[in-house]
Structures are given as C-alpha cells and as structure tokens.
Design a protein around this ligand. Structure first.
Ligand code: T46
Length: 134
C-alpha cells in the first residue's frame, strides 16, 4: 500500500456553482464518526507531530492550502492539500505533520472514531518502536 493515497470526490457542479457530497463507507473508506476543521492557523505554525494507533482519517482543504508530510517510519512524502475535491487518506501508524498553512486555509478532517487521546503516539521514537516493519 502506498504512503500517499488520494481520494477524488466527484464534483456535482452545474451553472450555479459546485457541490461535493462525501459519504462514509462510500467515497471515504470508513464510517465517519467525527469531523473537525483547522483554520486561522497563525503564520509559520506547524501542527500534527503524531501518529494514531487505530484512527483512520481523510483530510482535505475546502479553502486555501497547506503542506502535509506523511512518514511511515521508512519513507517520507510531502503533499499539498489545495483542493476541495481531492482528499488524502491517512492510515493508521503514519506520522503526520502539517506546514505552510495559507491564511485562508480551512483543513477539514473526517475521522473513523471519536476523539481519544490514548490513540495518539506523540513521541517519534515511540512511533518508530511501535510501527510494524514495512
Ligand atoms: C490529526 C491532525 C491532522 C479535541 O478535543 N477533539 C478533537 O477531535 C481533536 C482533533 C482535537 N481536540 C483537542 C486536543 C488538543 O487539546 O484540540 C487540541 C488540538 O489538537 P492537536 O494538538 O492534536 O491538533 P493537531 O492539529 O496537531 O492534530 C489534529 C488531530 O488531533 C490529529 O488527529 O491527525 O490534526
């Protein structure tokens, strides 16, 4: 399985403008239990710096853009999230950081479970210890 897995959301556009519908277990590969969004990120701020043991997520920007770095402990890849019609799937045990938020960035995240701090690994060495050999 490749580290970067894009999901394209079909655009329901007409002459009035655009609409995108996202359905759990449809164009997102899990039942959506939670949605949150990150906005008004201050200039120069980076976020993330953790992995999840069980949580799966899909992230995309409905406005503006940011750079996301994914790291499975072996390889790292940077992607720009800059489209409301294209999201990235973030699997379990992937270290993620987000950088270079534009002023108008609204980063939406769909999650497979409710918020649970015990699912986070916030220490990079601990992440390397716990990840399965790739
Ligand atoms: C992730 C990346 C992409 C809650 O109370 N409920 C929630 O659902 C979330 C996501 C956060 N929080 C609290 C926990 C912290 O006190 O909000 C505060 C900020 O969370 P955090 O520092 O974890 O935010 P980021 O931007 O570093 O990471 C977030 C998600 O937590 C994480 O799961 O994958 O966005």
């Amino acid at each position: 399985m490749s580290l970067v897995q894009w999901i394209d959301f079909p655009l329901k556009g007409d002459d009035r403008g655009s609409l995108i519908a996202i359905e759990g277990a449809g164009n997102v590969p899990f039942d959506i239990k939670r949605m949150y969004y990150i906005f008004d990120t201050k200039a120069g701020v980076s976020r993330g710096f953790h992995a999840h043991k069980a949580l799966k997520q899909v992230a995309f920007c409905v406005s503006g853009r940011c750079r996301m770095r994914l790291d499975d402990g072996v390889q790292q890849q940077d992607v720009w999230l800059d489209s409301p019609s294209r999201g990235i799937f973030i699997d379990t045990m992937v270290w993620r950081t987000m950088h270079d938020f534009s002023q108008d960035c609204v980063l939406v995240v769909l999650a497979s479970a409710h918020y649970d701090e015990s699912d986070y690994i916030r220490d990079y060495d601990e992440f390397l210890k716990q990840r399965a050999p790739v």
